[in-house]
Design a protein around this ligand. Structure first.
Ligand code: GLN
Length: 268
């Protein structure tokens, strides 16, 4: 019940920002939250570059999507670029708030949502998902020396999450927990470092990046959830979904997908 409610809320906030409340691009006031668009690097002159494939993302999620200067890079950006090339299309990346990504695919503002998007039953009510291209999990980050040592210790604690993510949705099941929602995962990490919250629940690879960039925090070993990432496509666009699945299959069999992952994630 609770979960459904939060999803309805999340998607209506998403729609609000699509229809009128979006921050204009170029204000610099809300980097990563406005309507920044980027034509993919090297896409000029790509074969069949006439047709544009618009990708919705939230570039606050290293190593999947993040800014390198003014360019959005990362595993998702490169996978989408490879898929676009395979389909003879030109990729255009639109950066927006995470909780607008699904809504923008649903309303046709974007063709695909590629944002480390976890496949969930609730999201499947609104969009279709491609075959999975990565597995993930929600992990727990705490301050060094915290008494929180495993998921069960989260009971009654104050937990930071990124608004509208699966971390947000599943944190609601923790008994007596207070949930603090942030627009960016990094903001939750900052609140943790400042002692404002007891833990952050966030996806595994971004968790590793954030822990490596900040002193005094650590990631617990035990996974909070196990998830799979896939590309979101509008329900009425079966043709695109079929093409994307074909491209994903060929990226997997050619080893290109693994090559992209290895560029951003060093094996332990
Ligand atoms: N995997 C999480 C989700 O789909 C978080 C994704 C993100 O923050 N970009 O909700």
């Amino acid at each position: 019940m609770k979960k459904t409610l939060s999803l309805i809320l999340a998607s209506s906030i998403g729609l609000m920002s699509l229809f009128g409340c979006a921050v204009p691009s170029g204000t610099g006031a809300a980097a990563g939250q406005g309507a920044n668009a980027q034509a993919a690097e090297g896409s000029e002159g790509a074969k069949g570059s006439g047709e544009v494939l618009v990708m919705a993302t939230n570039a606050e999620f290293p190593p999947y999507e993040f800014y390198d200067g003014n360019t959005i890079v990362g595993i998702d950006a490169e996978i989408a670029q490879a898929i676009a090339e395979d389909m003879g299309m030109t990729l255009k990346i639109e950066d927006m708030a995470f909780d607008s990504v699904i809504a923008s695919v649903q309303t046709g503002k974007a063709d695909i949502g590629v944002a480390g998007l976890t496949v969930t039953e609730d999201r499947l009510q609104n969009v279709n998902f491609s075959d999975s291209y990565a597995d993930s999990s929600q992990m727990i980050i705490v301050a060094e020396g915290s008494e929180v040592d495993e998921p069960d210790d989260l009971e009654g604690r104050t937990i930071g999450v990124q608004l509208g993510t699966t971390g947000d949705i599943y944190a609601e099941d923790i008994e007596d927990a207070t949930i603090e929602r942030y627009n960016k995962g990094m903001e939750a990490i900052q609140a943790l470092s400042q002692g404002k919250i007891d833990a952050v629940i966030i996806d595994r690879e971004p968790a590793k990046v954030f822990v490596s960039q900040n002193t005094g925090i650590r990631m617990l070993d035990e996974e909070f959830t196990v998830e799979e990432y896939a590309i979101a496509v509008a329900k009425d666009n079966e043709e695109l979904l079929t093409k994307i699945n074909k491209s994903i299959a060929s990226l997997k069999s050619s080893g290109k997908l693994q090559e992209i992952v290895d560029k951003y994630i060093t094996a332990e």
